[in-house]
Design a protein around this ligand. Structure first.
Ligand SMILES: Cc1cc2nc3c(=O)[nH]c(=O)nc-3n(C[C@H](O)[C@H](O)[C@H](O)COP(=O)(O)O)c2cc1C
Length: 408
């Protein structure tokens, strides 16, 4: 029998896609798309991750439409960036890694001044705290025809992503983005067929999944990232998420990525470690937003000390409930944790911060069962997503600036 750590490094498949191992670079919006255009900096980062030996990297954030962006320096899926995406994907493919794209929509929270109608739209009317300084303090409620249009934008974007060469798509069902705004009873107060029961709150997400599947066909891998809990009173609970996972499996999702938390209500649930608050205050240019952060920040950025495998207990419940692929994410920094995730029966492991610290993690862990990654979970990387040049590991700022390796 293969030992658990070796299982992590064996070739595997999702639908028709062959991956050289079970490690996937998690979606970490890198802030390297000025004007919404992916250029050399983003390409080099993903190429470097590929050189380090992961099975697949995830390009984020890929908005389904222009209005799906939180701000104008995020990509949305359209022909204007076809050439750049094709080039990026070709460079990663040359390393032997595959490329997934995280497809999402910001829904009711946006500070994008280019937004049509100057009001982000979500399941129900809401205050858009993120948009205060941009003059977008309110979010409106989508009408049913607008929901249908939004579903269609996911399908169109997915078709585009397939056409430029993405090997897989990860639909964002979590973290407080558009689909999770519908799933969460905290943000969805609708009384029509899109609100109320869990099935109704799942309707938008399931329609997105169905339309995306129809757009890309049966052989194309679809992953989905969920929040197992919103981490706020009245939100999605860990118990709900087991049912959510079962519905997504029935809807045809190939792999469920088990995350948690929401960017807008409880971000630290997913970013365990040092608080993001101090760094965000430092980076915030708008004095109004800086003052607001100082005021509400301590309540929003709750304390969750870092632990290895911090979502294990909850993700295990999903592993036990569904037969489709399940990907572990959250606090994997050692070869022992990779082995543990394999022993628990997960099919894949996604890693975010650990790969930003050590892009060669796959090679290092494959050859050393005692491997310990040096990420300190200072979370400075996450506070730099809107800094000039985007994110870097502050402990190893040169990780992604070195030239491509020449082929062996
Ligand atoms: C800089 C940074 C940016 C992130 N951006 C995204 C994103 O665009 N989409 C997403 O689903 N998660 C995002 N995340 C969360 C990660 O995908 C992951 O869930 C989290 O970092 C926990 O995994 P880790 O302990 O392996 O880092 C981001 C994380 C970091 C550090």
């Amino acid at each position: 029998m293969t030992d658990p750590l070796s299982r992590c490094f064996e070739e595997t498949r999702v639908r028709g896609l062959v991956l050289r191992n079970r490690l996937i670079k998690a979606a970490t919006f890198e802030g390297k798309t000025p004007g919404g255009v992916p250029g050399e900096a983003l390409t080099r980062l993903h190429e470097r991750i590929g050189e380090g030996g992961v099975g697949m990297t995830t390009l984020a954030y890929c908005a389904a439409e222009a209005d799906g962006r939180i701000h104008a320096d995020m990509m949305y899926m359209h022909d204007g960036i076809r050439r750049q995406l094709e080039a990026l994907i070709a460079r990663v493919h040359a390393t032997g890694a595959k490329v997934s794209g995280q497809l999402g929509h910001c829904g009711n929270f946006s500070k994008n001044r280019e937004l049509r109608g100057h009001r982000p739209l979500g399941p129900s009317r809401a205050i858009n705290t993120l948009g205060f300084a941009a003059g977008l303090p309110f979010a409106g409620a989508l009408t049913v025809p607008q929901i249908r249009e939004r579903v269609a934008t996911f399908a169109t974007a997915a078709r585009f992503m397939q056409s430029v060469g993405f090997d897989a798509i990860e639909i964002h069902f979590g973290h407080g983005y558009a689909i999770s705004q519908f799933i969460s009873p905290r943000t969805n107060r609708r009384t029509d067929e899109y609100g109320g029961s869990l099935l109704n709150r799942m309707r938008f997400g399931l329609e997105v999944l169905e339309a995306t599947r129809a757009a890309v066909g049966d052989d194309f891998p679809l992953l989905g990232k969920i929040s197992m809990s919103d981490g706020v009173r009245g939100g999605v609970s860990y118990a709900d998420s087991v049912e959510i996972a079962a519905m997504l499996e029935k809807g045809g999702l190939d792999v469920i990525v088990c995350s948690g938390g929401t960017s807008s209500m409880n971000p630290m649930l997913l970013f365990r470690g040092d608080s993001l608050l101090e760094g965000m205050i430092e980076q915030e240019k708008n004095p109004l937003m800086r003052a607001a952060l100082k005021l509400v920040g301590p309540k929003l950025f709750r304390k969750y000390p870092y632990e290895e495998l911090y979502f294990l207990e909850q993700a295990r419940r999903i592993r036990d409930r569904v037969d489709c692929g399940v990907c572990y994410i959250g606090g994997v920094c050692t070869a022992e944790s990779l082995a543990a995730a394999m022993r628990e029966g997960f099919d894949f492991v996604q890693l975010g911060r650990a790969l930003l610290f050590d892009p060669d993690l796959a090679a290092h862990a494959a050859s050393d069962a005692a491997y310990v990654n040096g990420c300190t979970h200072c979370n400075r990387c996450a506070t730099l997503i809107e800094a000039p040049g985007g994110i870097e590991c502050v402990l190893r700022p040169d990780n992604f600036t070195v030239a491509p390796r020449s082929p062996a």
